[in-house]
Every structure is written in structure tokens, then in C-alpha cells.
Design a protein around this ligand. Structure first.
Ligand code: UTP
Length: 317
């Protein structure tokens, strides 16, 4: 591949990250037919759509400029983060201040922008659609259906690694060998321990998209958080379709990792992470997060305990 040599890593190394890009233009085929007319990012996790948790995470990490990469059929994602004056008036007229605050809170999370990906050509292509908005700055990418447990500091840890080392940063999780074919997998060299609770920092030397267990470079899977140098855009623009005929972000990062002047680091994460685009993981997400909710948790936990004790769960096994 004739991608230009990435030189921007040095020039932007000290720039602060303020922008988050959230790709949400995928087809969501694993969750059909629910996602035929409803974007998978809008599936409710307790009482908020999955993508709201992702925007909240970006906002908590100090990223107040959020670009949603959407597509035809994803209008609900755009509407969710837009203000709704009629709804606000109706809630105010009823004196429902709690729900009014919840509705207004959504629009106050960040400055939200969107761009459309004309065709689902892959995650790499979705990130490339953000180029005009991001410009020559480092930026974060958070996948719109990938939730990190509330209270986890993964994104903040990654931003700190970027500030210290420049280049790009991926989030890695150890997976069982029979699951490598579901992820991009990284070949890594240990660098240092970041600090209590923060996990391990590694240098990524190679990346392979969805490898079979016998060819996977390791059990370290790339999950849906990235902090990227703008050098990635030139590489993406020259990246041909890869696995599944899609333009893969993994392939562009592989090219950057191979170049001397663009480090790609990995923060190894062992906390809670949920793929809400996968049905089984989605169900676990809803149950776990419902159990933790101060307003619903105690009743729900009681019901869940009774349900398990009743033998109706075991009866299906
Ligand atoms: P996924 O592979 O999880 O999304 O992509 P998908 O293609 O919608 O899922 P399935 O396999 O058909 O169920 C990871 C992320 O990248 C986005 C998705 O929206 C998701 O957040 N994506 C993927 C895009 O924005 N554009 C694409 O062309 C592909």
C-alpha cells in the first residue's frame, strides 16, 4: 500500500484532545429484526439509549465536541441529541421537573455534530468521514454500541498515554482463543505498568483483523475506544477494503504501528465492557446496569433474586 509516511505524530504530539468521534453508521445485522427500522445505538439500556452512555463517557473525559457518524435510517440518533422544545414545554406544563431535567441533560452533554456516511464501507471509512470536522488534531473514537462500565477510567487513561507518548492509543482486552475471530488482535510488547487500577501499557507492533485462533498474534483484542493521531486520515484514505470487503481501521493502525515515528500503544483494560450490538451481551448489560441503578436497583435485584430462586432459570438449562 502506498500510504504517505505518517509525520503528523510529532507535530501534534502536545495537542490536547477535545473531540470525540462516535461511529454509528453500521447496519447492526446481528440484532435484526429489532434493528431493521431502529438504530442499534438507540436500543434502550434501562431508560437511556446505548449511545447516550457513550456520549456521557466522552463528556466525563472532558471531550466536549462530539461528532456522530450516522447514515440513512439513523435519524433517531440525531434527534435524540437535538433539543425538543414541544416535549420540554409539555413536561414543564405538567410540572415534571425530573424528566424535564433528564431530557435537557441530553442536549447539554456536549456540542453535538453529525456527518453522514453514505454507505457502510467499514469502520475505517466511518472514521475517515470525520476528517473535515476533526482537522489536524488528535481525537478520540468511541464505538456507539460499545459501553464501558460506569466509573471506569479507560478513556482518561488513554488520553494520558497519548499526552505522554504521542502517536495513537488503542484499548485492549484479553479474550479466550476461541473469540479472537470476533476482534482485531494485537501483537504487543510490555512497556510499563500505568498505575494502581489503570492496567498495563503495551507497545503495539502489529494488528490483524478478526484472525482465527491459530494465526492470532495474541489474545489481546482491540475494543471500541481509540485515541488517534490525525496522521491516521492519510493512511485511511489509501487503505483498500480488507476483511469482509470493508475499509478497516485495524489495517490503518497496523500501517502506523509499523512506522518508526508513529507509536501505537495499547492500554490493557480488565474492567467492565459491553457490546450492546450483540444480543447476549446486550441482555447482560441491561440486567447489570439495572441492578446498579439507585432508583430501580433494589426492587429489580429483589425480583431477580426471587426469579433465580424460583427454579425457572435452572428449568431451562
Ligand atoms: P460493527 O461491526 O459492530 O457494526 O461496527 P455493524 O456492522 O453495524 O454490526 P453488525 O455486525 O452488522 O451487527 C463497529 C462500529 O462501527 C460502526 C458501527 O455503527 C459500530 O459502532 N460502523 C461500522 C460504521 O459507523 N460504519 C460502517 O460502515 C461500519
Amino acid at each position: 500500500m502506498n500510504a504517505p509516511t505518517p509525520t503528523a505524530a510529532r507535530s501534534t504530539a502536545s495537542a490536547t484532545v477535545t473531540k470525540a468521534v462516535i461511529p454509528a453508521a453500521g447496519l447492526g445485522t446481528r440484532f435484526l429484526p429489532a434493528t431493521k427500522a431502529t438504530p442499534k445505538e438507540m436500543l434502550p439500556v434501562v431508560d437511556r439509549p446505548a449511545i447516550q452512555y457513550v456520549v456521557e463517557e466522552a463528556s466525563s473525559a472532558g471531550l466536549d465536541d462530539v461528532l456522530l457518524v450516522t447514515a440513512r435510517g439513523k435519524r433517531a440518533v440525531e434527534d435524540h441529541f437535538d433539543s425538543d422544545t414541544a416535549l420540554e414545554h409539555a413536561l414543564a406544563a405538567k410540572g415534571d421537573t425530573e424528566r424535564l431535567a433528564a431530557v435537557r441533560g441530553v442536549t447539554g452533554l456536549a456540542r453535538i455534530h453529525h456527518v453522514r456516511q453514505g454507505a457502510p464501507l467499514g469502520l475505517g471509512h466511518a472514521v475517515l468521514c470525520a476528517r473535515d470536522h476533526v482537522g489536524d488534531e488528535p481525537f478520540a473514537v468511541l464505538l456507539g454500541d460499545d459501553l464501558i462500565g460506569p466509573g471506569e477510567t479507560l478513556l482518561t487513561d488513554m488520553l494520558r498515554v497519548r499526552a505522554r507518548h504521542g502517536g495513537s492509543v488503542v484499548a485492549l482486552m484479553e479474550v479466550e482463543p476461541d473469540r479472537t475471530h470476533l476482534y482485531g488482535c494485537a501483537a504487543v510488547k510490555p512497556v510499563e505498568y500505568i498505575g494502581a487500577g489503570d492496567g498495563t501499557l503495551v507497545r503495539v507492533s502489529d494488528l490483524v483483523e478478526k484472525p482465527a485462533r491459530d494465526v492470532a498474534p495474541s489474545g489481546y483484542a482491540v475494543i471500541g475506544r481509540y485515541v488517534l493521531d490525525p496522521a491516521v486520515f492519510d493512511v485511511l484514505a489509501a487503505t483498500p477494503p480488507g476483511h469482509g470487503g470493508e475499509i478497516q481501521l485495524t489495517d490503518a493502525l497496523r500501517e502506523l504501528a509499523a512506522s518508526e515515528d508513529h507509536p501505537v500503544h495499547g492500554v490493557v483494560f480488565s474492567g467492565r465492557r459491553y457490546d450492546t450490538g450483540d444480543r447476549a451481551s446486550y441482555l447482560r448489560t441491561v440486567v447489570e446496569l439495572a441492578c446498579e441503578r439507585p432508583d430501580l436497583g433494589s426492587d429489580f435485584r429483589r425480583w431477580l433474586t426471587d426469579f433465580v430462586r424460583s427454579g425457572r432459570v435452572a428449568a431451562h438449562g
